[in-house]
Each structure stands twice: as C-alpha cells, then as structure tokens.
Design a protein around this ligand. Structure first.
Ligand code: DGY
Length: 325
C-alpha cells in the first residue's frame, strides 16, 4: 500500500543549503531543495512557488514589490537565509500580509572576523603582497619594502553599532583601537563601554583612521559614504565594508583610493554583486573578498537552522522569532 499523502507544508528553497539544514528540511517539510543551486530566474521562482506554502530565500533572490505581488496566493511566508533583508521590499510584503523573517545574531562573529581581516589586509597591503609572491615579483627583504600601517592603537569609526558593529568593536579593542560610533541612537552605557557616540557622521569622520560599515542598507543609508563624506576622513584613512555595497558610492570611493586620499579599502560587499565596478580590480590598494562575511561551516549551518526555526514557528501557529515584516 502507498504511503499516506504528506500533510507537511511545502517549502521552496531557492539555493542549495548545507547538508545538515537540507536533512532537517527534508525530514519536516515537503521541500523543493533546488539541488543544482542555480539562481532561479524571476519566472522560474514564481513558477516553482505555485507549489509552495513558504519560500526559503537567499540575498540572490530579489523580492521586489512586483515579484511579491505576483507570488501565488498560497505563499504565506518568506524565510530569509540572511540577516540583511534589503533584497525584500518589506513594505510590499506587509501590505500583502506576507510574513518575512531573517537570521540575526548567528552570523555576527563570522562577519566581525571578516571586518577585522579586511582592516588588517588593507592596512598591511596583504592582497598586494600575496599577488607579488605568486607572480614571483618578490626580490628581497628591504627596510623600505612594502610598508603598510598598523591598526594597533588607531581610531576606529563604526557606522552602525548593532550586533555586528558591537562585536567588531570588541575584537578591535584587542588591537587597542579607540572606538567611535555613529548609530541612530546611543547604546546603553554597559553595552557602549568606552566607545564614543557621535550623533552625526560628519562629526565622527574626521576622527577615523579606520572606518568600518555595519549598518543595514535602507533608503537612508543608500550612498551614505559619498564624495563629500569621504573627504572628511583624515588623509590616509582606511575604509572597510562588510555590510552592503549600496552604502558606498563606488565612483567616490574609487576616486579617493586612486588619489591617495585613502590609504586603502577592504571590501567584502559591492554594488551589483558579482558584477562589481571594474575600477576596483585595477586598484592595488583595494583588498577585495567575494561576500564571505558569513561564509563559515558553523555559521551557514546556524543560519539555516535559524531560517528553519522561523518556518517551524510559523507553521506551528506561533509568531516567528525573527519576524521583520
Ligand atoms: C547576510 O546575511 O545578510 C549576508 O550578507 C549574507 O550572508
């Protein structure tokens, strides 16, 4: 006799997730796991969504107001495998009554590590040095060869002091950095510690030897780091971005790196990934990574479990813990 028809909710998973997460989804849901990991086109996503009660999506799936409006009625929830939700039009989701969740906390350590890696890599010209060794262009040790600057004891400015900004500050204190931050509001004293709050970015920028971006991409933060604001940084400053490329004006950052106004930049995120502004590739003083902030075995498992926890709560009739719309 055949097995009884499955009553478990149907989930469309848009990308191939870590094995542990796939096993859990396959056990508890009727899941379309997109095993080949191709990025689904808008039409393919909408077609496969016809058989889904919920979607588990990644930042590669752009849920614009238009896509949300075209979603089959059956789809009630979108669980994002990311903390950033700039790829989802939250207002359109709320209007349609579509529940949206994200995966905060679990990737904060991994992302803060990459922020520190970028600071060090940019300051010590690690990418450039690595390229030199690989190309057999390293000729001798010399007292004046390939000098960078230290981050130890320098002033660090954090744009955004949420979960990731706070952990980055904690790690940076290990390098005796002096911490400044700009945030929508000051942190409680015990969280802020010795970090100095600046109500305006303009006031903070002249004090930053290293600037690290940790705010979400929203209408207010799009293009926040433009030519005028970059000009306020001290000469020879370093800019690091592990948040979203859209917070930075590419033309302005490239110009500041070219002119020597900035010593270097360390970038893990870009506008229009992976088709980044070609200007970055030509700059020796740009230390570039392919959006690796949360890319560890531990963190990707934890993100997946958190995304499934949110689905579990929703289908158990409870409020999903990480609801953002
Ligand atoms: C996020 O979670 O928003 C990252 O950018 C993807 O790991």
């Amino acid at each position: 006799s055949s097995a009884p028809a499955s009553k478990s909710p149907a989930i469309l998973v848009t990308r191939r997730l870590p094995d542990n997460v796939r096993s859990r989804l396959a056990r508890d849901y009727s899941a379309d796991l997109n095993e080949d990991d191709g990025v689904l086109s808008r039409d393919e996503l909408l077609r496969r969504a016809r058989d889904a009660d919920a979607l588990l999506i990644c930042p590669t799936e752009k849920m614009s107001a238009e896509v949300i409006a075209a979603l089959p009625e059956r789809v009630k929830m979108v669980s994002c495998f990311s903390v950033g939700v700039d790829h989802v039009d939250l207002a359109a989701a709320a209007e349609r009554g579509l529940i949206v969740t994200n995966t905060p906390d679990v990737l904060s350590d991994a992302t803060a590590e990459i922020a520190i890696l970028l600071m060090l890599g940019a300051a010590r010209r690690a990418g450039e040095g690595e390229r030199l060794v690989r190309a057999d262009r390293w000729h001798t040790w010399s007292p004046t060869f390939h000098l960078g600057t230290e981050i130890t004891g320098k002033r660090l400015g954090l744009v955004g002091m949420g979960r990731i900004g706070q952990i980055t500050a904690r790690r940076a204190r290990g390098f005796d950095m002096e911490i400044h931050y700009h945030n929508r509001r000051p942190l409680d004293a015990e969280l802020a510690g010795d970090a100095v709050y600046h109500e305006s970015l303009e006031e903070m920028l002249p004090l930053c030897d290293v600037l690290s971006i940790h705010c979400p991409l929203t209408a207010e933060t799009t293009g926040l780091l433009n030519a005028e604001r970059l000009a306020l940084l001290p000469d020879g400053a370093i800019v690091v971005n592990t948040a979203r490329g859209g917070v930075v004006d590419d033309e302005a950052l490239i110009a500041a790196l070219k002119s020597g106004k900035l010593a270097a930049a360390g970038l893990d995120v870009f506008n229009n990934e992976p088709n980044i502004h070609p200007g970055y590739r030509e700059l020796e003083n740009a230390f570039l990574l392919p959006h690796l902030g949360s890319a560890t075995v531990e963190t990707r498992d934890a993100m997946g479990f958190r995304a499934v926890d949110n689905l579990d709560a929703f289908f158990a009739g409870k409020e999903p813990p990480d609801r953002v719309a």
